[in-house]
Design a protein around this ligand. Sequence first.
Ligand code: GUN
Length: 282
Amino acid sequence: MTAEIIDGKKIAQEILADIKYKTADFGYAPKLAIVLVGNDDASLIYVRNKQKAAERVGIQTVLFHLKEDTNENKLLEIIDNCNSDDTINGIIVQLPLPAHLNSNKIINRISPQKDVDGFHPYNTGLLQNNEEPFFVAATPLGIMTMIKTICSDLSGKNVVLIGASLIVGRPLATLLLNQECTVTITHIHTQNIKELTSKADILVAACGVANMVKKDWIKNGAVLIDVGINRENGKLCGDIDFDDVKDKAAAITPVPGGVGPMTVAMLLQNTYRAYLLQHGKL
Ligand code: GUN
């Protein structure tokens, strides 16, 4: 058996084409404000990718690129201005923020109706209650879309997540639980992790350790989702050792071309939805 490749790039292109068609056809002009503090290499690349993809589908972006030593008050003032600016539909603060800033305090200042990253406690709280939030975080949304191309009925599936972050693990666990999955969240302090991962029907790796998941970590016929973007010997790779597992898994997302493009597409879909929401069209 060779694993089916879940082509995130292709699915993302279809979503982006749909957004482009709708913005052009209806003359909509959604606008996304991106707040970036400092010059973290990965964040600079992610932000540039988001801006380029947004432009291609008719979504404007405005970038607030602030110095590394920007203080909390300045950042909160920018968010307040974006919240009250009717031409701005969505706001994201690229994470991680420099260590002197309290990211929770900054995120909590974003209006929940403009929180297209879905990180505000109002939105995460509604998700926890299995109610409809304004927005769900982009990476988990993209992962759910990819999983559903393989498993249309998730009820009763045994899902193991590696990583318990605010951005991926926690919201994804909630989305899966809301679909009646049995969810195990593992993290850096988990003991005997392989015992847990090797029972997973669906395994999601979001730990940021290059090629950590090997063949003996997985069950025969598992669906594997790789959130990692690592560089090893100059080559991009995920948290799952693709070549090692490909003959044992049923399906796998590649790196690059899997979760990454889906995250960008879902962020832009959220921004499009924010525009509709704020214009009474949702
Ligand atoms: N850093 C890594 N992923 C993300 C994301 O999805 N949103 C934001 N704001 N920052 C990130």
